[in-house]
Design a binder for this molecule. Structure first.
Ligand SMILES: [Zn+2]
Length: 477
C-alpha cells in the first residue's frame, strides 16, 4: 500500500500528472476494445440463467451458441425465459432464419408466449404486438387449426405477424420504424347471393327452420323479432307456413360467413307477420315500424366524465404512427356496474395483457360492444343478456393509468364513437330512407310470393323439401 501511495504521489505531481492520466486512459480504452471484439471461448458465458430476464439483443446474438440442453420442457404457460434457453428447436429456427416467413398452425394448448419463444422471438416483440392489439383484440383467443404467419428479418426479429381470420379476411401487425407495430387487414371481396325459401311448418318452428338451412343465430333473431306477437310453442300449428329471404356470401364459390336473414313472412293461424332488414341493420315491419330494440347510449347508470375520447385516427405522440383509441374511456371508480347497452349474447370473456379482463357482447342487428379493464365479470360466454342488464363491474385490470371503463361500440365489426354515432333510438324508418326501404320490401315480397307459388305447385299432393327459388347477384346489395 505504501508503495502504491508513493507511486501515485510521484505520478500525479507536476507535468507528470498529464502523462499519467493519458496512459491510464489508454490502458482503459484498450480493455474496452478487447472486450468488444474478442469472443470468449467459454460457452458457459453464453448460457443464460433460466430465471433471469433476458436482454433481447444479447439473446438474439448468442442463442445459436447455446448447446441444446436436455432439459425438461416446462409446462407452465408463460414461462418464457426457460423456453428461450432450453427449447432445442431454437437452433433449428436460427439456421432457417433466412426463410422469409414461417407458417404456424395452432395446436391445442398453444399460447402466443410459447409460440414466440419457440420461434426465438423476444418477449419484448410479443409485448409490443399485444400493445397494438389492445385496440383490436384479434390475436387471441387462439383456436386449434388457426393459421399464423410470421415474417422475420435476417436477425430473426419479428417484422410482421399475420392471423388468418377466414377465407375473406386476415389481419396483421407490422413493425414500423418507431419500433412498435401497426394494425393492417386484408379483405377479399365477397360475392353475395339472395335466396327466397318457402316452407310449411311441420313439427316445430325450430326444426322446420333448420331444415331450410337457417342458422341458430337466424332463428334467434326471428324469435326476438316476433317476441310479444307470436308464441312459437303455443300459437304455431302444423300447416302454418313461412317465407324467408337469406343472403349468403362466397369467395370463388366457397361459402363465407353466416347466412344473413333479410326478410321474413310467417303466417300464424291465418295472420301474417313480416319483418324486413333495412340498411341500418335493423328490422322493420311492413309499415316501417322498428322491430329491433334500441340501444342505450351509456353503459353505466350515470354519465361519467370521459377521460379519453374515441379517436380512430389518433397518432402515437412519439412515433407519429397510427395508434387508434377504438373506444371511449369513462372515469368510473372500480366496482361501478357495467350495463349491456342492447339485447344480445355474450360472445367472448377473456383476459388480455393490456386490455385486462374484458367482455364482448353481440347485439341484435349489426351492433356489438366490448368492455375492457373490468374487475369482475358477472355473465358467462353464450349467455343471453338484456339491454340495461348488469354484466360486469368496472375496474383497473390490464394496463391502465387508473380505474376506468373502456367502452367500444362496433357496427358490422367497425368501431364507431359510441357517444356520437347515430345509434338506433328512433322507432320507425327515418324519412330519408323510406323510398329505399319500400323498394326493397316490394322486391322481397315478390321473391317470396314466387317461391311460395313454385313450392305449392310442386307440392300439391306431397309434403317435401322446400327448395330455393330465385337468385340475385351481388349488385343488388
Ligand atoms: Zn381506452
Amino acid at each position: 500500500m505504501q508503495f502504491i501511495n508513493r507511486l501515485s504521489r510521484w505520478a500525479l505531481s507536476g507535468p507528470r500528472a498529464w502523462l499519467s492520466i493519458i496512459f491510464v486512459a489508454f490502458i482503459a480504452l484498450l480493455f474496452v476494445y478487447k472486450s468488444l471484439v474478442s469472443p470468449t471461448n467459454n460457452p458457459k458465458d453464453y448460457t443464460l440463467p433460466s430465471t433471469a430476464k433476458i436482454d433481447t439483443e444479447k439473446s438474439n446474438d448468442t442463442k445459436s451458441l447455446v448447446p441444446p440442453q436436455a432439459s425438461s420442457n416446462t409446462d407452465e404457460d408463460n414461462n418464457y425465459d426457460s423456453l428461450v434457453t432450453t427449447d432445442p428447436l431454437q437452433n433449428v429456427e436460427k439456421v432457417t432464419a433466412s426463410i422469409p416467413s414461417i407458417e404456424y398452425v395452432i395446436k391445442p394448448g398453444d399460447t402466443l408466449a410459447r409460440i414466440f419463444a419457440r420461434l426465438g422471438l423476444s418477449r419484448e416483440s410479443l409485448y409490443s404486438v399485444l400493445e397494438a392489439d389492445q385496440e383490436f383484440l384479434v390475436l387471441e383467443p387462439l383456436m386449434p387449426d388457426d393459421k399464423f404467419t410470421f415474417k422475420l428479418d435476417e436477425n430473426g426479429d419479428l417484422l410482421r405477424i399475420t392471423r388468418r381470420i377466414d377465407i375473406s379476411k386476415s389481419v396483421s401487425y407490422v413493425q414500423h420504424d418507431g419500433g412498435g407495430f401497426s394494425y393492417e387487414e386484408k379483405v377479399n371481396p365477397i360475392t353475395y347471393t339472395q335466396e327466397a325459401v318457402h316452407s310449411k311448418i311441420s313439427g316445430n318452428f325450430y326444426l322446420s327452420a333448420k331444415k331450410v338451412g337457417l342458422s341458430d343465430t337466424n332463428i334467434l333473431i326471428i324469435n326476438d323479432l316476433l317476441k310479444g306477437r307470436v308464441n312459437f310453442r303455443k300459437d304455431l300449428r302444423a300447416g302454418d307456413d313461412f317465407n324467408v329471404i337469406v343472403k349468403k356470401g362466397n369467395i370463388g364459390g366457397v361459402k363465407v360467413g353466416e347466412t344473413q336473414l333479410e326478410a321474413l313472412e310467417i303466417t300464424v293461424r291465418g295472420q301474417k307477420y313480416s319483418a324486413f332488414l333495412h340498411s341500418d341493420g335493423r328490422f322493420y315491419d311492413l309499415d316501417g315500424n322498428s322491430l329491433t330494440p334500441a340501444l342505450l347510449r351509456w353503459p353505466t347508470r350515470k354519465q361519467y366524465r370521459i377521460s379519453s375520447p374515441f379517436n380512430a385516427n389518433r397518432l402515437h405522440p412519439i412515433t407519429g404512427r397510427p395508434a387508434p383509441h377504438n373506444g371511449v374511456d369513462l372515469a368510473t371508480p372500480s366496482g361501478t356496474e357495467v350495463l349491456a347497452t342492447g339485447d344480445g349474447v355474450v360472445t367472448r370473456i377473456a383476459t388480455h395483457k393490456y386490455a385486462g379482463k374484458y367482455v364482448v357482447v353481440d347485439y341484435t342487428g349489426p351492433y356489438s360492444s366490448r368492455f375492457l379493464h373490468l374487475s369482475k365479470i358477472l355473465v358467462k360466454q353464450g349467455q343471453k343478456v338484456k339491454r340495461g342488464q348488469v354484466i360486469a363491474l368496472s375496474g383497473n385490470t390490464g394496463r391502465t393509468t387508473g380505474a376506468h371503463l373502456h367502452y367500444e361500440l362496433h357496427i358490422r365489426g367497425r368501431p364507431v364513437n359510441p357517444m356520437t354515432t347515430d345509434i338506433p333510438t328512433t322507432q320507425s324508418i327515418p324519412k330519408g330512407d323510406k323510398k329505399e326501404y319500400a323498394s326493397n320490401v316490394k322486391r322481397w315480397v315478390a321473391m317470396m310470393a314466387s317461391a311460395q307459388a313454385a313450392d305449392s305447385v310442386k307440392n300439391t299432393d306431397v309434403e317435401s323439401e322446400p327448395e330455393p327459388v330465385s337468385e340475385l347477384d351481388a349488385a343488388a346489395n
